[in-house]
Design a protein around this ligand. Sequence first.
Ligand code: ADP
Ligand code: MG
Length: 320
Amino acid sequence: MKSIKDAPIQIGTRVFVAADLDVPIENGVIKETYRLEGLLPTTKFIVEKGGIPIFGGHMGSPHGKVDDILSTRHLKSFFDTQLGTSGYVLLENLRFDIREENNDEQYARELADKADIYVNENFSTSHRRHASIAQLPKILPAFAGFRLESEIQHLTKILDSPEKPFVVVIGGAKLESKKPTVSKFIQLADYVLIGGKIGLDWTDEIPQNLILPLDYAENQLDIGPETVRKYVDIISTAKTVLWAGPMGFYEKDKYLLGTKSIAEAITGNPNCFSLIGGGDTVAAANRVGLLEKFSFVSTGGGSMLEFLVKKTLPGIEALG
Ligand code: ADP
Ligand code: MG
C-alpha cells in the first residue's frame, strides 16, 4: 500500500479522492462534520502541490435513485470555506447510480476518466465492494490517504500491542453485527464489557473476561446502577479502552445515564488510550459533550468492526 505522500502530484494532476461524505444533513445543514474534517489533511496536501481533488463519495443509501436531500451539493459550502479555493470538483452522490453499489467495472472506468490518480480517504466505506472503493483503485495508480493510514495504524496498534489492562466495551442493538468483534476481543482483551440490547440477546457461553450487565434501568433500555459501578471500576484501571456501541437507548435523555457514565469513566482516566467508533457511539459521545476527549475517534462503524476482526478490508486490499 503506497502513501499519498509519495504520490506523483504536480500542477494540474487530477486526484480522485474516494471520500467519506456520509454526514447527517438536516434542512440542508451539516449536523456533524468530523468525517469531512478527516478529509482535510489529504486534500490540503493535494491542493498545496497544485493538484485538483475530485471528491467522489456517497451520502445515505439512495440505491440508484436521485434524491436531492442526499445531494453532495449540501457539502459545497464546507469545502469552499475549508479549502479557500474553488479548485476542486465535488462529484454528485455516487450512489445515485446503482452501478456504484454493483461494483460495476464500466462505471469505475467512467470515474477513472475523470482523474489521473486515486486516493482512498473513505475508511468508513472500505468494507464495501463498491466501484469507487474496490474497482477504481485497480484502474488508476492508487494511494492511501493520511486519514486512512491513521485509521489502519491506530486499529492495528489496538490489535497487536495494546497497553494492558485492555478493556473493550461493546454495546448497541444489533448482536449479529457486534458478535465477531466480541469473540475476537475475548481472545485479546482483559475485559469485554457488554451493554445495550446485545447484553439481553447474548445466549452464548460466558468466558471469565466477558462481563454482562448485572442490572438494567426501566424497560431494559439502559444498563442499571450496579452495572455502571462495576464497569466504571474496571475502566478506571485500564491503559487502553476500545468502545463501540452505546449502553442504552441514548437518543432519549432518560436512558442516557449508562452511556454518559461510561464516556465519563473512559475520558476521565488520565492514563488511558481510548479509541471509539460507530455512528451512534460517536453521536452519543457528542451528545454528552465528550467526543473531543477520546484519544482517537474512528470514522468507521461497520468498517471498523470488520477491520478489527479481519485486519484488512476490500478497499485496503484494492490498494495493493
Ligand atoms: P453504532 O452505530 O455505534 O455501531 P449501533 O448502531 O450498534 O451502534 O447501536 C446503537 C443503537 O442501539 C442506538 O439506536 C440505541 O438506541 C440502541 N440501543 C442500545 N441499547 C439499547 C437498549 N437496551 N434497548 C434498545 N435500543 C438500544
Ligand atoms: Mg448505528
